[in-house]
Write a protein that binds this ligand. Structure first.
Ligand SMILES: [Cu+2]
Length: 126
């Protein structure tokens, strides 16, 4: 390897290290602040039942909610009551996201396993 390529490789390695550190910071912020601007809901199988974890979540308007499928089955996020929404069907290790702009109470289920139910409460304010 000549010196120029070596320097470029070293610079790239530094860039990746920096990006990884930034990502780690973002994950810590997300984990510690449920009232922040991005939160994650996990879909898991517990005692042979799939479920959204947590089943009840309170966020501020403008928060991006991401559902991560940590189970072996496909699922959806489908609104109930007055909430007309349905995500695509997403499989193991896939995720879907939605930004909640308006305050309100959003009940939803999984259209494939309708016993899976959960609620997101969106509060006004930044
Ligand atoms: Cu499901």
């Amino acid at each position: 390897m000549n010196a120029g390529i070596y320097r470029a490789a070293a610079a790239l390695a530094l860039l990746f290290t920096g990006a990884a550190q930034l990502q780690g910071t973002a994950e810590r912020v997300q984990a510690s602040a449920s009232a922040g601007h991005a939160v994650t809901i996990h879909i898991k199988e517990v005692n042979d039942k799939y479920g959204f974890h947590p089943t009840k979540l309170s966020v501020k308007a403008g928060t991006k909610v991401t559902w991560v499928n940590n189970s072996d089955a496909p699922h959806t996020v489908t609104g109930m009551g007055g909430w007309k929404y349905s995500s695509k069907t997403f499989s193991e290790d896939q995720k879907v996201s939605k930004v909640f702009k308006k305050a309100g109470t959003y009940h939803y289920l999984c259209s494939i396993h309708p016993y899976m139910k959960a609620t997101i409460v969106v509060k006004k304010g930044q």
